[in-house]
Design a protein around this ligand. Structure first.
Ligand code: 5GP
Length: 131
């Protein structure tokens, strides 16, 4: 069965897409830890980042870098924190989280909620900065 993220890539489940290319896809986390919390994934389902081939993993990091630079130009923050967990969704993903303190990337913190209009405005602003 396809992962929920594969369904997002294929458009079967809606998402706030930031960017995609042939191999990778980035979209806003639906239960964000911080404004702009973004997930970056390979389109091909792999359930563990360190099971990826070297080239595919390097490409994922370079794609994440592009997204992080766009994200930090839109969301005021000290830097973009990076986390890989995969305990909930077994489809490799990198969390990009705008942070000012360590608590901003503490996954035990309550998640933020945004209206669809707020998510869409944020999505559009970040997407427009991806080069
Ligand atoms: P992890 O697997 O790294 O522990 O967490 C999975 C992440 O995926 C969580 O931050 C969760 O909010 C996010 N997530 C789970 N389902 C969906 C979904 O359907 N859409 C989006 N945009 N994010 C999701």
């Amino acid at each position: 069965m396809s992962s929920i993220f594969t369904k997002i890539v294929q458009g079967e489940i809606p998402s706030y897409k930031i960017a995609e290319d042939d191999t990778y896809f980035a979209f806003l986390d639906i239960n964000p830890l911080a404004k702009g919390h973004t997930l970056v994934i390979p389109k091909k389902e792999t359930n563990y980042i360190f099971a990826m081939g070297d080239d595919e993993l390097a490409g994922l990091m370079l794609f994440a870098k592009k997204i992080a630079l766009a994200l930090e130009s839109v969301v005021p923050c000290k830097r973009i924190g990076v986390a890989v967990l995969g305990l909930e969704v077994a489809h490799t993903h990198i969390h990009l989280v705008p942070i000012n303190t360590v608590y901003d990337i503490d996954f035990k913190q309550p998640k933020l909620s945004f209206t669809p209009q707020e998510f869409e405005a944020l999505r559009e602003a970040i997407a427009s900065k991806v080069v």
